[in-house]
Design a protein around this ligand. Structure first.
Ligand SMILES: N[C@@H](CCC(=O)N[C@@H](CS)C(=O)NCC(=O)O)C(=O)O
Length: 206
């Protein structure tokens, strides 16, 4: 099984963290986004939107990071990252949807300005940062209330839902948004524990 991705990409990091939690090392083929390798015909054949990550196994291809991590949890040995009961699965799916629909759009508005833009030597557009923060805070407040009731985002088990949030939290922290996280006590407790997990540290190359 090969993963075509980039170690700095948020969506690739979800996949790398899943491999690490399961105790496996991925066969990562690095796609250089700066060189536009993700738009090459070879890569577009794997991922028709010209994005990373993409999985290839015995000629079978799969794209979309959240679909890939569900597949990995099913086929790889190691600790289960999907609950075994119907309500647990539904709760995990609820939070993965919140991550993609409510949390990530605001988070990425901030990250594009304060992290990726800075890497390119650009000055952050603070209006866009404020717009992103307003969206992000709505999601974080909902998460904070849920995390007052449980250790992990979807309950008492560490699941794919937790993993889905981590790449964005990592870049928010790096992009000076640490206070937005730290002032939400339950989010802060959860994020502090999650980022210290050896699997996450491995996923980010530490
Ligand atoms: N929904 C896709 C999103 C993939 C995505 O946005 N990947 C980014 C890197 S994290 C990318 O390839 N960006 C380059 C581009 O869109 O041209 C997934 O979850 O896999």
């Amino acid at each position: 099984m090969k993963i075509y991705g980039n170690p700095f990409s948020t969506c690739t990091r979800k996949v790398l963290a899943t491999f690490a939690e399961k105790g496996h090392t991925p066969d990562l083929v690095v796609i250089d986004l700066a060189k536009g390798e993700h738009k090459s015909p070879e890569h577009v054949a794997r991922q028709p939107f010209g994005q990373v990550p993409a999985l290839e196994e015995d000629g079978w291809r799969l794209y979309e990071s959240r679909a890939i991590i569900r597949y990995l949890d099913t086929v790889l040995s190691g600790p289960a990252l999907i609950p075994s009961d119907a309500r647990g699965v539904a709760r995990m799916e609820q939070w993965i949807s919140v991550e993609s629909a409510n949390f990530t759009p605001g988070a990425m508005k901030i990250i594009y300005q304060t992290v990726f833009g800075r890497w390119r030597g650009q000055t952050p557009d603070m209006d866009k940062v404020s717009e992103g923060r307003a969206q992000l805070i709505r999601a974080l407040d909902v998460m904070d209330r849920a995390l007052a009731e449980s250790e992990f985002i979807a309950g008492d088990q560490y699941t794919l839902a937790d993993i889905c949030f981590l790449p964005y939290l990592e870049y928010l922290e790096a992009g000076d948004e640490g206070d937005t996280l730290a002032t939400r006590a339950n989010v802060s407790r959860w994020w502090t524990a999650a980022r210290a997990r050896p699997a996450w540290q491995k996923a980010i190359g530490k």
